[in-house]
Design a protein around this ligand. Structure first.
Ligand code: ADP
Ligand code: MG
Ligand code: MG
Length: 248
């Protein structure tokens, strides 16, 4: 099976260690959840996988289908099948959602994508998400709410059809409808060629996206890996018992 593998990853921000030897393997065909208390380093891991230049990779590898992409630019990672939510400017005046998506799809494949092919993908995504077609003729992110930005991100996920997606859903400002949109998109994408890492502080999202594997991060390391039951246990008991158990 092809995998996205994080191997002994150490990351600093301004010389302060944030990730301290992260190991995690996400095979295609699976959905993994990454949970953990605030400040554990979850978002940092997501950003480093995406190639955010604000973080220094001190040591370790990010293997995308066996190839180390730790030194590659974000757009190169995207071409290799990694989904980076809104790698492009968030407000592009005069560009509709549909046009933006076509450009992103062409960037991903490094070639022109015929209109009919593009519209086929767009149509299917709109149907799954139960949206009106008028939505995609709107201009990109002009005055969009947090929920609408989330919608766009998921539409982008479905049209681009990446091999791996990392979705950071820690925004507690998102309402239940926005979480359901995320779940619809991820669940529709599920299949042997797609792997997702869903980062979340709360268990609630995992009622809609049932993960195959749950990882818990504390203090810059994965301290426990289990199945869905682990998420339910954390929901019930919090994180303190686990902190004691692993000595974090
Ligand atoms: P989580 O997503 O698990 O809540 P984060 O990855 O956001 O955790 O943060 C982990 C730690 O790294 C926190 O102590 C945070 O303050 C620090 N950190 C993350 N990004 C930056 C940054 N750009 N500059 C300074 N500190 C950061
Ligand atoms: Mg946080
Ligand atoms: Mg976070």
């Amino acid at each position: 099976t092809k995998t996205l593998e994080i191997r002994d990853l150490w990351v600093n921000v301004e010389d302060t260690p944030i990730l301290k030897g992260v190991n995690l393997t996400l095979p295609r065909g699976e959905v993994h959840a990454l949970m953990g208390p605030n400040g554990a380093g979850k978002s940092t891991l997501g950003k480093v996988i995406a190639g955010d230049p604000g973080y220094q990779v001190v040591k370790g590898q990010i293997l995308l289908d066996g190839e180390d992409v730790a030194e590659l630019e974000p757009d190169e990672r995207a071409r290799k099948g990694l989904f980076l939510a809104f790698q492009y400017p968030v407000e592009v005046p005069g560009v509709t959602i549909a046009n933006f998506l076509r450009l992103a799809l062409q960037a991903r494949h490094g070639k022109e994508v015929p209109l009919t092919e593009f519209y086929g993908k767009l149509q299917r995504a709109i149907e799954v998400l139960e949206w009106d077609e008028a939505y995609v003729t709107r201009y990109l992110n002009e005055g969009f709410s947090g929920g609408e930005k989330k919608r766009n991100e998921i539409l982008q996920l479905m049209v681009l059809e990446p091999s791996y997606a990392i979705l950071d859903e820690t925004d507690s400002g998102l309402d239940i409808d926005a979480l359901k949109v995320v779940a619809k998109g991820v669940n529709a994408m599920r299949g042997p060629e797609f792997g997702a890492l869903v980062i979340t502080h709360y268990q609630r999202l995992l009622n809609y996206i049932v993960p195959d594997v749950v990882h818990v991060m504390m203090d810059g390391r994965i301290v426990k890996t289990g199945d869905r039951e682990l998420a339910l246990e954390l929901e019930e008991r919090g994180y303190d018992w686990l902190k004691e158990e692993v000595g974090a």
